[in-house]
Write a protein of this length. Structure first.
Length: 147
């Protein structure tokens, strides 16, 4: 069974649900989406900066390496069978693309590509948020017995 904790950290409302691998993965996906939003916004803001190199966020590859091909089974006790015991190694990583150049000034930001990435990120973030809301609604139903 998991533990639900709601608290405010640095002015941001945080919901932590430990002991549930799906909620942990969804939370990590939201963290990656937030980081991806910032990186894309930074890329767009520097579209006219000479020698600026765009960055991107790698999360799905990191997640796959950390969990293998299957979803992880997180456990609350290291003696549990088949669990990883933690969600370490599932952090999003910012990677700078130094290899390409689109313009003579050395900048490699393509605004159309960044806007497409922003739209995709918004869709993924909203889907993850909806999945978390549905899981929390189910949890609320189980706790209260009503909708």
């Amino acid at each position: 069974m998991g533990v639900l904790a709601i608290f405010i950290s640095q002015g941001v409302l945080r919901v932590e649900f430990s002991g549930n691998s799906i909620m942990t993965l969804l939370r990590r996906e939201l963290d990656a989406g937030t980081m991806r939003q910032r990186v894309i916004a930074n890329n767009i803001a520097n579209v006219n900066t000479p020698n600026f190199k765009k960055s991107s966020v790698r999360f799905e590859e990191t997640l796959k390496r950390a969990t293998g091909d299957d979803l992880p089974i997180l456990t609350s006790n290291p003696r549990h069978i088949g669990g990883t015991g933690s969600d370490a190694g599932m952090e999003p990583v910012v990677v700078k693309n130094e290899r390409t150049t689109l313009r003579a000034d050395g900048n490699n930001v393509d605004v159309d590509q960044e806007m497409s990435a922003l739209a995709l990120n918004t869709i993924l973030y909203n889907a993850s948020t909806q999945a978390i809301n549905e899981r929390l609604a189910l949890l609320s139903y189980v706790i209260t017995g009503r909708r």
